[in-house]
Design a protein. Sequence first.
Length: 211
Amino acid sequence: MTNRQIHIVELPKGKLGPEHFRLAEGAMPQPKEGELLLRTRLISLDAANRAWMQGATYRAAIEAGQVMAGGAVAEVIEARAPGFAAGDLVFADTGWQDYAALPARHCQKQPRVEPMSHLLSVYGVAGQRQLVRREGKQEEEALLNEMEVTGQAFEDMQEQNSRLIQQLREKDDANFKLMSERIKAQQVHKLQREEKDMLVEQVGLKIYVEF
């Protein structure tokens, strides 16, 4: 049994076209211990495919003569690793070919859904990105709401502090006024007592002189 493959024969310097690819046949891969033999069911065509032709990204750059790289939904034909069995569906970097033998640790087990193409859309990378964006937006909105509540609470606290300071000032003013009145009353009482003493002294002196 042979393995149909799509090779990239030349890296594009401009617009990508069919002339950059070639259909070839390779040997049927044989899985080693810890690997899975996979049959490609659906290949994911992404913008990243074009980026890989321009240079290294999160993966090594594609070179001319290689099987075109790409992720795919694949069916396990033979499992030589625990946790997998023939018939399981996985997402893996199979490349553009019918069959691939890959380490099981690099394969993500997928549920069986209909249509299977949902595994590359709503349940795939695109759907996960949208979910992350949605969760991120919800977190952002929650943070903004929290900041709004916190800001309002801070304003309320400032207003309460202002009222308290005003009350303390008014109380201090009242205490100062009361203290001033007491001091003034004490001073008046002292002056009155001194005047009385002087008057008593003067009257007593006059009586003493007349006698």
